[in-house]
Design a binder for this molecule. Structure first.
Ligand SMILES: N[C@@H](CCC(=O)N[C@@H](CS)C(=O)NCC(=O)O)C(=O)O
Length: 199
């Protein structure tokens, strides 16, 4: 497999899952801060101009974090990245989608890069404040879940890969972590797969 990844971005979550699975993969760095996602070569591969993107063993490209995470979990079941049974699985997808579609796209993105959406500095400040509030509410919801277990679904799952990148942005968003989330991030960073993914 081949992963197109930008350090510091959400694609770290997919790198974490690849390391948890343990299959060989090639890492391609697409530095989104320098605009590499808009290079002609990358757009030819992934017209969306986003990371993560995964080339699978059959050569096909898969994009969108939840789709890649679900495919990895289903394609490599021995890694145990999804809870067993339809109800537990759909609850993991429900949480994963909340993290990516709501907290990342409508919280962190507004908090971190409001200038992508509006030009007026006052409107940017208002949008960033809104994004921070969405993110803070999301962190509180994740913290509450983590009072019941070590991982957001109880056992480690694809939803943790998303929670890890989202919580990892707290300093950039100007938010502090409560003791539950601080302990969770320490627990996550202690996982050998995450240590490998962060190298
Ligand atoms: N909906 C996409 C979002 C991916 C996304 O927003 N990726 C960011 C990095 S965290 C990116 O590629 N940004 C570059 C850009 O928007 O130009 C997914 O789930 O994968």
């Amino acid at each position: 497999m081949e992963l197109f990844h930008s350090p510091g971005s959400c694609s770290i979550g997919i790198r974490v899952l690849l390391e948890e699975i343990g299959q060989p993969y090639t890492l391609h760095i697409i530095d989104v801060k320098s605009g590499a996602q808009r290079s002609p070569d990358y757009l030819a591969l992934n017209p969306k101009g986003k990371v993560p993107a995964l080339v699978r063993p059959d050569g096909s490209l898969l994009t969108e974090f939840p789709a890649i995470a679900l495919w990895l979990a289903r394609a490599y079941p021995a890694a145990g990245l999804l809870p067993e049974g339809l109800e537990a699985e759909v609850r993991a997808i429900e949480l994963l989608d909340y993290i990516v579609a709501s907290l990342h796209m409508r919280g962190a993105t507004f908090a971190l890069v409001p200038q992508k959406f509006v030009a007026d500095p006052a409107a940017q400040a208002e949008l960033a404040t809104h994004g921070r509030a969405v993110l803070a509410a999301g962190y509180a919801a994740l913290s509450e879940r983590l009072m019941a277990g070590d991982y957001v679904m109880g056992a480690f799952s694809i939803a943790d890969a998303a929670a890890f990148y989202l919580i990892g942005w707290h300093e950039r968003a100007g938010l502090s972590l409560d003791p539950v989330l601080t302990a969770y991030m320490a627990r996550m960073r202690a996982r050998p797969a995450i240590q490998r993914a962060l190298t």
